[in-house]
Structure formats: C-alpha cells, structure tokens
Design a protein around this ligand. Structure first.
Ligand code: ADP
Ligand code: MG
Length: 265
C-alpha cells in the first residue's frame, strides 16, 4: 500500500486541568492514504472535532505526532503554512455560517484563489463556473447571495469552495449533519464522486454510523478520547472486535440505516 498521506500517532489532548480536565484525545492513531475516505465516528463529546482541529492545525496536541505527506504538521505550519492550507481544506456543519452573508456565491468560491493569488479575474470566473457545475449547481447561482439558497445548495457551495485549490485532503466535520436526510444522501454521493474523480482523501467525521458506513473506506470509532475500534468499513460495521464498539454500532445503526441508499461498493 502507498505511504499514508496523513498519520496520527499516539496523539493526546487534554482540555483544562485538575477536576475540570477533559481527555479529548487519549493516544489516537489514525492513517489516511491518498484518495481514501476514513470515517471518524463517535458519540457527541468523544473527541472527533478535537482530532479535526488538530489535523487542521487549529489545536496543538499535548503529545504525539501528526505527519502530512511525510512531514510533521508543526514543520508544515512553521515553514510554509500557506502551502499546507492549500492542500488541506475543511467543510463544517453549518453551511450558512461558513459563507460571508454579504458576498455573492461566486465571490466566495473564488476567494481562495484571490487569497493564494492564483489566476486572472477571467480565469477565476471560469473556474467558479466549472466548480459550480462540478458540485451539481447551476452557474447562475454565482450571482446569488447565501440567504437565497437552500441548505443543500449552500453545502454544495462550501464543497466547491473547499475544492477550489484542488486539496489533497478534505476534513469534513459533521458536514451533512444539518441537512435533511434526502439531501444528506445527495451530498454524500457528491463527496464520493469527488473522491472518484479527483482522488481526494477525506477525514469524514460524523456522529451517525449510517452516514459513515455509506461513505467510508475505513472507520475509526472513538469513545471519550479513545479509539475503541478501527479497520475496513465492512469489518468494523459487520464484525466489530470489541464488545463495546459492537454495542455502540448496533445502537447507532438501527434507527437510521433505512434512510440512506445502498452503498456503492
Ligand atoms: P465531538 O466532536 O466528538 O463531539 P469534541 O472534540 O468537540 O467532541 O470534544 C471532546 C471533549 O473535549 C468534550 O468533552 C468537549 O467538551 C471538550 N472540549 C473540546 N474543545 C474544548 C475546548 N476548547 N476547551 C475545553 N474543552 C473542550
Ligand atoms: Mg464535533
């Protein structure tokens, strides 16, 4: 197998101290290979967003190593943060909050190109059209304001914006959780299409096992900062090794499993 694109080894993070300390990551190991979608699942408060923020360089781990493309994350950030940010993009839960409300959609999608000084105004305009089409939206939406779009359309805009710089890794933290179930399935399929067409790797975080099962090549299960299970998706979902993971997975799958279309595998 190829070398991992992202590796976490024995990553620790504690928030607060003494009686109020919370162990958000307790020796987390996680690998994502190029083009792979790794699902990170766990109940609320299990440490998923902490891992997302550590990978994005927004939270510093107390101990352990994070490497991206064979280089330590701290070295990426110290030497060339801009180059790192180009390669690792994020999509979060609230599609409307992620966009500047006063700016037109086309402006928001082109903004990363402006920040990174890529292309002429003309080239940026045609890239916006291309990206809107790629995420299944009409290029006419470029002239609209965020409040004129539905939640599903807005999340597609956020995905287009995240794709603008052709990242190698997308960190998706509850990226479909705020969407209606029918729209969730469409947006999940868009992520799968982006993996297939562009070879983008993803850390796909959700508290919903059915969502993670639908999209992921492999799954990591967290509980109170610990990784309690990890492996290929079918193995983790169908034959989890630890009794605890079995219990969690069983309780998560049942209520929602019928609401998503069949996996594409
Ligand atoms: P999840 O995304 O799985 O819901 P989080 O990573 O957001 O979990 O949180 C894990 C634990 O760490 C929770 O108990 C949360 O309250 C705590 N936590 C997260 N971020 C902070 C912070 N900045 N300060 C204090 N506690 C935090
Ligand atoms: Mg979270």
């Amino acid at each position: 197998m190829s070398a991992p694109l992202l590796s976490l080894r024995d990553v620790h993070k504690v928030f607060g101290d003494g009686d109020t300390a919370t162990v958000a990551a307790n020796g987390v190991d996680l690998d994502i290979h190029p083009g792979e979608i790794v699902g990170l699942v766990g109940e609320s408060g299990s440490g998923k967003s902490t891992i997302a923020n550590i990978v994005l360089g927004l939270v510093r781990p107390d101990a352990g190593t994070v490497t991206f493309d064979g280089v330590r994350l701290s070295d990426h950030l110290a030497r060339n943060e801009r180059a790192f940010r180009r390669q690792v993009q994020a999509v979060f839960q609230q599609p409307l909050l992620a966009l500047d409300q006063r700016r037109r959609i086309g402006w928001s999608i082109a903004e990363p190109l402006v920040i990174h000084r890529i292309g002429t105004a003309e080239e940026r305009r045609s890239r916006v059209v291309e990206l809107l089409r790629a995420v299944g939206l009409s290029p006419d939406l470029a002239d609209r304001l965020p409040r004129e779009l539905s939640g599903g359309q807005l999340q597609r805009v956020n995905i287009a914006r995240a794709l603008t710089l052709e990242p190698r890794l997308l960190v998706c933290d509850e990226a479909v959780s705020a969407l209606d179930v029918s729209v969730q399935a469409q947006v999940l399929d868009l992520f799968l299409e982006m993996q297939d067409r562009l070879g983008i790797a993803m850390l796909f975080i959700s508290h919903n096992m059915a969502v993670v099962r639908h999209i992921s090549d492999s799954v990591v299960v967290m509980y109170h900062g610990d990784v309690v299970e990890s492996g290929p998706t079918d193995q983790v979902c169908d034959a989890p090794a630890s009794p605890y993971a079995r219990q969690l997975i069983g309780s998560w799958l049942e209520p929602v499993v019928d609401t998503l279309p069949e996996s594409h595998e």
